[in-house]
Write a protein that binds this ligand. Structure first.
Ligand SMILES: [Mg+2]
Length: 384
């Protein structure tokens, strides 16, 4: 069961079109493929993350610092190996004069995530069991929503655009949409959500995401307006600016009955604890490609359950489908139904995802049950 070899391959794929959310824009789809080979020949393999600023640094940490800690170790000891990685002493310039502490921490946690997730695939293959069954096995298909509702190019009617998109999302078999808000005025965004509800009908799931776009008072205004308009929004995601988490979120939670979903930007389980105990959040959309991998994500999920907080997962359906399927208090897996927004999902995995009638099937082969196409890896690798 010993780990014999680790391979890390950075990929990047240019998008045909730039996409703008509440507070950001995206022009390419990077990711990291990680392979963990055991002495008996089993290969754990997965991909994850879409970090374009520090991809090189993440790869270097995996290859130079974390990989050597894992070689020769028993892959079954997931708590021990995680603690060894988490407590590694690597100098990434913490406390450097021009370097925010947040930056190196994010690099380290993304590196841990990639290795932890690939080792879970290896464990599944070793035990001849899909990962979601190793973690709990609640269900073998999960409801799927599409991320979308990006702002249309200048000149296009935003309400018409979102109504059309809701139609497209329905046709791809998704049960609902997560739409962007926070870049237009509150009135314009409210009209867009209204248009989405009208197009989708009462059964269509609608969630809204401002990507930390507002101060608390604007977030309160927007949530109260959505409640008054009876738009039946399933959650309000990342409503508040980065510098007013916890207290700002708690203020909003005290004013609205719409569940608040945050956590995709958090890189530690302790931060998630604080979002629950100090920020009164209702849902955590922690991302296991950022937070330290499946091992830490599942710890947070266990904590959340006892605090009546539900779980979601930010993007990354190739791993998220197993986590959402494993946990009784987990909600939806999410994809980009617009294929040009995440071309990797439709090219890199072979035969995944399978979506129909609002649900994604959980792959039933051992591990993640997803083979990656070697020719796609070769085409988009950027490590020379
Ligand atoms: Mg989000």
């Amino acid at each position: 069961m010993k780990i014999a070899h680790i391979e890390v391959i950075p990929l990047d794929m240019q998008l045909e079109q730039v996409f703008k959310g509440g507070t950001y824009q995206v022009a390419s789809r990077p990711t990291i493929v990680t392979r963990v080979t055991l002495a008996n020949g089993i290969v754990g393999e997965t991909y994850g993350g879409d970090e374009f600023h520090t991809q090189k640094e993440i790869v270097a940490v995996m290859q130079d610092h974390l990989g050597p800690l894992l070689i020769g170790q028993d892959v079954r000891d997931f708590q021990r190996l995680w603690e060894n990685m988490f407590n590694v002493n690597v100098d990434l310039g913490n406390r450097g004069l021009h370097q925010l502490d947040m930056h190196p921490r994010g690099i380290l946690l993304q590196a841990i995530s990639a290795l932890d997730n690939a080792m879970w695939d290896a464990r599944g293959k070793l035990y001849q069991t899909p990962v979601y069954k190793l973690l709990g096995g609640m269900r073998d298909r999960v409801p799927v929503i599409s991320i979308g509702g990006y702002y249309p190019k200048d000149g296009r009617d935003a309400c018409e655009a979102i109504a059309e998109e809701v139609e497209m999302v329905r046709e791809t078999g998704c049960i609902g949409i997560k739409m962007k808000v926070g870049r237009a005025t509150l009135d314009e965004d409210l009209a867009r959500v209204r248009a989405a509800r009208k197009a989708g009908g009462r059964d269509f799931v609608i969630t809204v995401d401002s990507n930390q776009g507002w101060d608390p008072l604007d977030a309160i205004k927007f949530c109260l307006a959505m409640e008054k308009a009876d738009l039946d929004v399933r959650w309000m995601e990342e409503p508040i600016k980065w510098y007013d988490q916890t207290d700002g979120l708690r203020l909003l939670a005290s004013k609205t009955s719409i569940p608040i979903n945050v956590g995709q930007g958090e890189i530690s389980g302790r931060a998630c604890r604080d979002l629950i105990t100090k920020g009164d959040v209702s849902i955590l959309n922690l991302d296991c490609t950022l937070c330290g991998g499946i091992t830490e994500w599942q710890r947070v999920a266990d904590m959340a359950k006892f605090m009546n907080v539900e779980m979601a997962h930010h993007e990354e359906p190739q791993v998220a489908v197993h986590l959402i399927a494993a946990n009784p208090h987990a909600l939806f897996v999410e994809i980009f139904a617009n294929k040009i927004r995440d071309p990797l999902l439709w090219q890199l995995p072979d035969g995944f995802p399978k979506i129909s009638n609002g649900y994604m099937e959980v792959p039933q082969e051992p591990g993640f049950g997803i083979k990656l196409r070697p020719e796609v890896i070769e085409r988009y690798r950027i490590d020379g």
